[in-house]
Design a protein around this ligand. Structure first.
Ligand code: NFE
Ligand code: MG
Length: 573
């Protein structure tokens, strides 16, 4: 009889995700369901509000990708009202964007994903001197690698484990046979988990400097609310800018001398995962990091495009304004669409929640019925994967040298073919390689800002079209970005200076979507198919693949169940 494995909630993610996997008699996943069990209704909350305020609401969709919804939102309003931002605003937005990307990817690797590969309990058996030798071999330029350092850490870890209170490290499948790292590699990884935790609160100070705070820094329709003046102690001055430069230099150290070496070292033990978890084979990137205004897509550092069926010889163009391209379906989602409508472009999008699932607590969802709070976005009818892997592949297939260089180098280091990219391991590796590009782009954007300031340009906003009296009676716009988890866009319809409609289609909605009307799986579901589980009671393999996407369900379904009730309570690890 087929077995159904339920993981709910999936932990070490943001938001509320439930996965059900149906196994055949050999223990191989034959079908899978990804269900967002939370609804938040941001799109409904925005109706009737001032479009200039939308970013502040949208940004609070999520505390993880804390800046990207503000960025997509101001861009959508600016697009609708034909507002052009000054060059410094574009650069500061790029700096904010890249800071988020770098911080988020490092956090994902160490704090959300690493424990799928690293066995904390095995680290107790590590010899500190051997760990020191290993660390110096793996990352020769990372300073914290002495025997004493690892001895102290091993002592702390032992106290943790002996106390029976694992705290941060509670709830995992410790001792599972699928963990393959030797004890020393595990201890080194624990060390870097803690180093990354200390560092991530530093890098994000860049957001507080340019945006006043983090999470949820300030944005502005027309530019950035970042006053720059070399003559003032209260504005962003040279002392603050030098501080930013120091933070970027530290980030380069962390990424190049800790993250990338760790990624390659851990990956080398798990190359079998280069053949597991590929999934759809369709990849999409909206692109970002404009160099010549948001309208000039050809000048983005992160390119735009679509790859279908793993065909890296063709990058297809995409258009977010074309009603036939991006559409959302609700065939398996707890929403209602107008009579006769199956798929809607976001400008015509409708958000009417209608829960029809089982009364909680329930044992299982029905894959033939509606089963998620996520809609199912599709591109020209195709289910798509978005995120770092999609971006790396679009960059690589577009022939961009920077992308080709980092991808080729990593494939060489791991001694795996290019097809290895279409996998769980490929997804995790792509995130690291992207971080390497991003940290260099961060410095390049910083240098551009300094050059502009030296040339006498310190403008960060253009408020010529701030007053609603300057707006048309009705306007539509869209704004996009590449959030850490992938392609993100907001669509707005403004009428008489108020928001008439607002639709948000986020990366985790693409990746975690349920089936569509044609029965096509979303990216998570598809990636789980054909994966063998060694022990269905401890489905580590499911976590590895799902975590490789870096899920965020807060973003993806923009309010707990209608009455705030818990939709399910199932104890899992
Ligand atoms: Ni909350 Fe988000 C990102 C957005 S979700 S993390 O990245 O947008 O996919
Ligand atoms: Mg939406």
């Amino acid at each position: 009889m087929a077995t159904r494995v339920v993981v709910d909630p999936v932990t070490r993610i943001e938001g509320h995700l439930r996965v059900e996997a149906m196994l055949d008699e050999r223990g191989v996943i034959k079908d899978a369901m990804s269900s967002g069990t939370m609804w938040r209704g941001l799109e409904v909350i925005l109706k009737g509000r001032d479009p200039r305020d939308a970013w502040a609401f949208c940004e609070r969709i999520c505390g993880v990708c804390t800046t990207v919804h503000a960025l997509a939102s101001v861009r959508a309003v600016e697009n609708a009202l034909d507002v052009k931002v000054p060059p410094n605003a574009e650069i500061i937005r790029n700096i904010m964007f890249l800071t988020q990307q770098v911080q988020d990817h490092v956090i994902h690797f160490y704090h959300l994903h690493a424990l799928d590969w690293v066995d904390i309990v095995s680290a107790l058996k590590a010899d500190p001197a051997a760990t020191s030798a290993l660390a110096q071999k793996v990352s020769p330029s990372w300073p914290l690698a002495s025997t004493g350092y690892f001895k102290d850490l091993a002592g702390t870890l032992k106290k943790f484990v002996d106390s029976g209170q694992l705290g941060l490290f509670q709830n995992a499948y410790w001792g599972h046979p699928a963990y393959k790292l030797p004890p020393e590699a595990n201890l080194m990884a624990v060390a870097h988990y803690l180093e990354a935790l200390k560092w991530q609160k530093e890098i994000i100070k860049i957001h507080t400097i340019f945006g006043g705070k983090n999470p949820h820094p300030n944005y502005l329709v027309g530019g950035m609310a970042s006053a720059i003046s070399m003559q003032s102690d209260n504005a962003i001055n040279m002392e603050r800018l030098n501080y930013v430069k120091g933070l970027i230099q530290d980030a380069m150290q962390v990424v190049e001398n800790m993250y990338i070496p760790d990624l390659l070292a851990v990956a080398s033990f798990y190359t079998d995962w280069a053949a597991i978890g590929g999934g759809l084979g369709n990849y999409m990137s909206y692109g970002d990091i404009p160099q010549n205004g948001i309208g000039d897509v050809s000048q983005f550092r992160m390119p735009r495009g679509v790859i279908l069926n793993k065909n890296l010889s063709e990058v297809l163009p995409l258009d977010l304004t074309d009603a036939g391209q991006v559409q959302e379906e609700v065939a398996h989602s707890w929403y209602e669409y107008p009579e006769g409508k199956g798929a809607l472009h976001p400008w015509d999008g409708v958000t009417v929640p209608k829960y029809s699932g089982p009364k909680p607590p329930y044992k299982q969802l029905d894959e033939n019925a509606k089963y998620s709070w996520l809609k199912a976005p599709r591109w020209k009818g195709n289910a798509m994967e978005v995120g770092p892997l999609a971006r790396m592949l679009v960059g690589f297939a577009s022939g961009k040298t920077e992308y080709k260089d980092v991808v080729t180098e990593a494939l060489g280091a791991l001694k795996v073919p290019a097809t290895a990219l279409f996998s769980t391991l490929g997804r995790t590796a792509a995130r690291g390689l992207e971080t390497k590009l991003c940290v260099h782009w961060l410095m390049a954007e910083y240098d551009k800002l300094i050059a502009n300031l030296k040339a006498g340009d310190s403008a960060t906003a253009d408020t010529a079209r701030w007053e609603p009296s300057t707006w048309p009676a009705e306007a539509k716009g869209y704004g996009f970005t590449e959030a850490p988890r992938g392609a993100l866009a907001h669509w707005i319809h403004i009428k008489n200076a108020k928001i008439e409609n607002y639709q948000i289609v986020v990366p985790s909605t693409w990746n975690a979507s349920p089936k569509d009307s044609k029965g096509q799986h979303g990216a998570y579901e598809s990636a789980l198919l054909n994966t063998p589980l060694a022990d269905p009671k401890r489905p580590l393999e499911i976590l590895r693949t799902i975590h490789s996407f870096d899920p965020c369900l807060a973003c993806a379904s923009h309010v707990f169940g209608p009455n705030g009730e818990k939709l399910a309570e199932i104890k899992v690890r």
